[in-house]
Write a protein that binds this ligand. Structure first.
Ligand SMILES: [Zn+2]
Length: 258
């Protein structure tokens, strides 16, 4: 039974250059039902469109990550729109959002690019994948304004912030960070998310769960995250996998032909 759906991964990353095709081709044999590649700029969005056309279990989002909003071509929205319309495997606009982690980031430009992409998602009727780091207040402001269907990815906020995101009707997704020893805040946030709003993701090649912390991560590590979430929610890892696969398919309108 293939029950693993990795709702956020980056197989375009150079850390997969050596064995990308090999690793992707092996996924169905390792229990992977689906992967959602997350675009983070025009190039990786294009990668997602190409690769999702090649692998039936692979889906993709297209979008501009807040860390790379400088020097965008003036027609970036049109380019994203063309990509989104070019393939049914494009199931979301993302990852988009705000990242105030470093002081030299241009917050105004981030807001503008984020807002433009929220409007694009609305126009195309697609859900969004949100990246928010150290920017909760501004991010929530724009989410309240547009109330998109979507997911707050790699959630690192408090249980209280989780409740605010949930109140907007959004989903929340957790990475391997929940398995780390010091993950008290993440564990509390998981407990605050109802079963039907929770997604699993690796954000690979980053964020490998225990016992692989620090190593290159890939989608086959999702069961370790599911096991930890099961511990918190009083479920088996398999129950969590099935539940989160169904949630992912519902949010992104994906029909898995198994
Ligand atoms: Zn990501």
């Amino acid at each position: 039974m293939r029950n693993i759906f990795d709702s956020h991964c980056h197989y375009s990353d150079e850390r997969f250059d050596e064995d990308r095709e090999e690793i992707l081709a092996s996924m169905p044999g390792k229990g992977i039902a689906g992967l959602l590649h997350a675009g983070s700029d025009l190039e990786t969005s294009r990668f997602g469109v190409e690769y999702s056309g090649k692998y039936p279990f692979m889906y993709t989002s297209v979008g501009i990550h807040p860390e790379v909003v400088e020097n965008l071509p003036s027609d970036y929205i049109r380019q994203l729109e063309d990509m989104a319309k070019s393939s049914k495997k494009v199931v979301a606009i993302g990852e988009i959002g705000l990242d105030y982690h470093y002081e030299n980031f241009n917050r105004e430009l981030q807001m503008e690019v984020f807002e433009n992409q929220l409007i694009l998602a609305q126009r195309l009727g697609l859900p969004v994948i949100i990246h928010s780091r150290d920017a909760t207040e501004d991010c929530m402001k724009l989410l309240r304004k547009y109330t998109p269907r979507g997911v707050m990815h790699c959630f690192s906020g408090s249980a209280e912030t989780a409740r605010e995101v949930l109140a907007l009707g959004m989903y929340i997704s957790f990475t391997g960070v929940v398995t780390f020893k010091n993950a008290k805040k993440a564990v509390e946030a998981v407990a605050a998310v109802p079963d039907d709003r929770l997604l699993l993701e690796t954000d690979c090649p980053y964020m490998a769960p225990e016992p692989f912390r620090g190593k290159r991560c890939d989608s086959t590590m999702i069961p370790y995250i599911a096991a930890k979430i099961g511990e918190i929610k009083g479920k088996t890892a398999d129950e969590v996998l099935v539940m989160c696969k169904e949630n992912t398919c519902r949010l992104f309108n994906i029909d898995i032909l198994d």
